[in-house]
Write a protein that binds this ligand. Structure first.
Ligand code: NAD
Length: 264
């Protein structure tokens, strides 16, 4: 299967280049970077200390035409444009970009009427499983106060993380609520006690932390914690490639990692 990577020079892009090189069933067909990037024209393998035999390119149309599955970890604006090109070219795609607005998610949903699309704010198998466990916990501990604490590296732009939001959404939905109605992102400006049913978020940005999430479900006399720590970006890259193997032969539609792992 021929894989093209968008955002190939980025942190996740480089983890994906290494993961594709290590997979027996995958070959790299394209490495897309933003126009004007200094690595343009170099062998893509150089970014991970190897040889890929594929030049780094800014020709999105050419890269998409040459792949079986397009894997995109870039930025919301780039992702929307690239997903449109994938839909026009009939190429399945895996999108790992986070920070998508509700409107941007809707536009992706429209593209998914033409191609199979996996959109996953966190492609780790452990995080996908923790979302599943959180739904059960949220239903059984229906009155517990929920707080979600996440930590990431100092370069991350969006907060709270896409994964923290996905966790909050899973818990709210399991309780028959909408996250928008119960989420509390900032307590600084509020001087009020915790409202029943609210879901609080806290974000840490420091150093080179790859990604940590801890969900506290706190009752009057006991506390359950469900947490996940990513030690290496490899987990996200390997999960994204698992999604690529799934999406290649899937019918057109919008999928997430639960579909990929058969946890629906
Ligand atoms: P990064 O800034 O290191 O890499 C992003 C790369 O995309 C940059 O090299 C940038 O130049 C490139 N880019 C921007 N516009 C482009 C375009 N039009 N064409 C091609 N390349 C373009 O960021 P990162 O840490 O690699 O993360 C990328 C995205 O993936 C972020 O949204 C991040 O939150 C998300 N992420 C998702 C997961 C997951 O499991 N789904 C895991 C980690 C990061």
């Amino acid at each position: 299967m021929k894989i093209a990577i968008a955002g190939a020079a980025g942190r996740m892009g480089r983890a994906l280049l290494a993961a594709v090189a290590a997979a027996d069933d995958l070959t790299l067909s394209g490495a897309l970077v933003r126009p004007g990037h200094p690595a343009l024209g170099q062998d893509a393998g150089l970014m991970v200390g190897g040889v890929a035999g594929v030049p780094v390119s800014a020709d999105a149309g050419g890269v998409i035409a040459g792949c079986d599955v397009f894997v995109d970890f870039t930025s919301p604006a780039a992702t929307l444009a690239l997903a449109g090109l994938c839909a026009a070219a009939g190429r399945p795609a895996v999108i790992g970009t986070t920070g998508l607005s509700p409107e941007e998610r809707e536009r992706l949903r429209a593209h998914a009427t033409r191609i199979p699309l996996v959109v996953a704010a966190n492609t780790s198998v452990g995080v996908t499983l923790s979302l599943y466990l959180l739904e059960i916990a949220a239903r059984v501990l229906a009155d517990a106060d929920v707080e979600i604490v996440e930590a990431h590296h100092r370069h991350k732009l969006d907060a709270p993380s896409g994964t923290a939001l996905a966790m909050g959404r899973a818990i709210a939905q399991a309780r028959g609520l909408r996250l928008e109605d119960v989420a509390v992102y900032d307590r600084h400006a509020r001087r009020e006690a915790r409202a029943d049913g609210s879901i609080g978020f806290a974000s840490i940005r420091a150093g080179e932390i790859v990604g940590e999430h801890r969900v506290l479900l706190v009752g009057p006399s006991e506390r359950l914690e469900i947490g996940h720590v990513a030690d290496d970006r490899r987990v996200f890259a390997e999960g994204a490639l698992r999604a690529a193997r799934f999406v290649r032969h899937a019918p057109a539609g919008l999928y997430d990692m639960r579909d990929v792992l058969g946890l629906r």
